[in-house]
Design a protein around this ligand. Structure first.
Ligand code: SF4
Length: 388
């Protein structure tokens, strides 16, 4: 590693010679949901503006080091936290800074996560001007009682309006929904999902409620949570009939509306991650930025970048992690590509372990590839334990 670890990350991204993806972590939320332990805080006055100034410095740092290398950003993802908490003027400055310092590929995909309670018409107008392609909205449910139980700040009506506004403005619109909530029935979940489709969403991300370790519910988990299996199974049955293919364990999309940025993660492609707590991957090295606002600010002021931790997995671990990521997707493992990158021996050992220890109807094997079947996706967590 070079003296400045940020220099090393930039060098690895440039040396890869491929286009790369950019991830920005925007760690602010209007309130903290009780089940969530993503890195995010409720911002104090002036904190978002200061964070954006630091992000501009970080963009400059990496932009200068990648300039002239011939590599361009092919996808950009703004995640959080709640990116829609940034005011439109802040977004304008951020895009200006990005366009000054990075080269973009011609078919650039830009995705932004938003929450219904903070998304405004001004955001949508500005994002359209800036050629944002996808907006992903944290709806979670269209049932007010379920939203209240989850501690969300929006109600169903607000979520409907947010989705309709994005669809009307011509964005490829995605909605997140959760299942396994107390009081939730298959009927209430299916009516939420069907309503999103009727509103025109082209991508759905469906998650079982999980209570993260450091969340406030982890101390005193709520009663009445439901087994997620029937909800997931229903989604796998219903969504293909509505034209949504399951292209990843939690993701369903109309043809051509898959999130390309996430595809880069699953293929272990190069991801330059900016912002506090963000994770990136640079040609064999996984890294994480400082994960408190104070440490992030200090690192950016001192070094121009905030990489805090790197990991270089050995060849075996890399192959196993890559297999798990690829098996999340419906395309699965392409034998030739996997063998070239991770070795034919690793490939046969992983496939033998899976096929010798799990029922055959969990997999779909062709002459050229190996993927999980819909049943395999339903039991994926137990399959991963075989090959971690
Ligand atoms: S679930 Fe989303 S909105 Fe809620 S605290 Fe976590 S990041 Fe923020």
């Amino acid at each position: 590693m070079r003296n400045n670890v940020g220099e090393e990350i930039a060098h690895r991204i440039a040396a890869h010679g491929q286009n790369f993806s950019l991830y920005f972590h925007l760690p602010f939320c209007a309130g903290k949901c009780p089940y969530c332990s993503f890195f995010s805080v409720v911002p104090r006055s002036g904190e978002i503006e200061e964070y954006c100034r630091l992000l501009h410095s970080e963009i400059r740092f990496f932009g200068e080091r990648l300039s002239g290398s011939g590599v361009s950003a092919t996808t950009i993802y703004f995640g959080g936290g709640t990116p829609s908490l940034l005011a439109p003027a802040e977004w304008e400055r951020l895009f200006k800074c990005l366009r000054t310092h990075f080269a973009f590929a011609r078919n650039l995909e830009i995705s932004i996560e938003a929450n219904p309670d903070s998304l405004s018409e001004e955001h949508v107008r500005l994002w359209k001007e800036q050629d944002v392609s996808r907006i992903s909205i944290g709806v979670q449910s269209f049932q007010d009682d379920e939203l209240r139980w989850l501690g969300r700040l929006h109600d169903a009506d607000r979520a409907r309006k947010a989705l309709a506004m994005c669809v009307r403005s011509g964005f490829s619109t995605s909605a997140d929904f959760m299942f396994g909530l107390a009081g939730q029935s298959l009927r209430s979940f299916s009516s939420s999902v069907a309503e999103a489709i009727a509103l025109g969403v082209e991508h759905l991300s469906l998650y079982q409620l999980s209570i993260d370790e450091t969340s406030s519910w982890s101390v005193n988990p709520p009663e009445g949570r439901k087994d997620g299996y029937p909800f997931y199974r229903w989604s796998q049955w219903y969504l293909p009939k509505k034209g949504f293919a399951q292209y990843e364990i939690s993701s369903f999309a109309r043809p051509g509306k898959e999130c390309r940025h996430n595809g880069v993660y699953w293929a272990n492609g190069p991801v330059l991650a900016l912002g506090a707590g963000a994770w990136g991957y640079a040609n064999g090295v996984r890294y994480r930025n400082e994960r408190t606002l104070a440490d992030y600010a200090e690192a950016i002021r001192r070094n121009g970048q905030s990489v805090a931790e790197t990991e270089t997995p050995d060849a075996g671990k890399r192959a196993h992690e890559a297999a798990i990521l690829l098996l999340r997707t419906s395309k699965g493992i392409d034998f030739d590509a996997f063998s070239t990158r991770y070795g034919a021996e690793e490939l046969s050992s992983i496939l033998d372990t899976l096929e010798n220890n799990a029922p055959p109807d969990c997999f779909e094997r062709s002459g050229a590839s190996f993927a999980l079947s819909p049943k395999g996706m339903r039991v994926a967590n137990s399959l991963w334990t075989l090959i971690v």
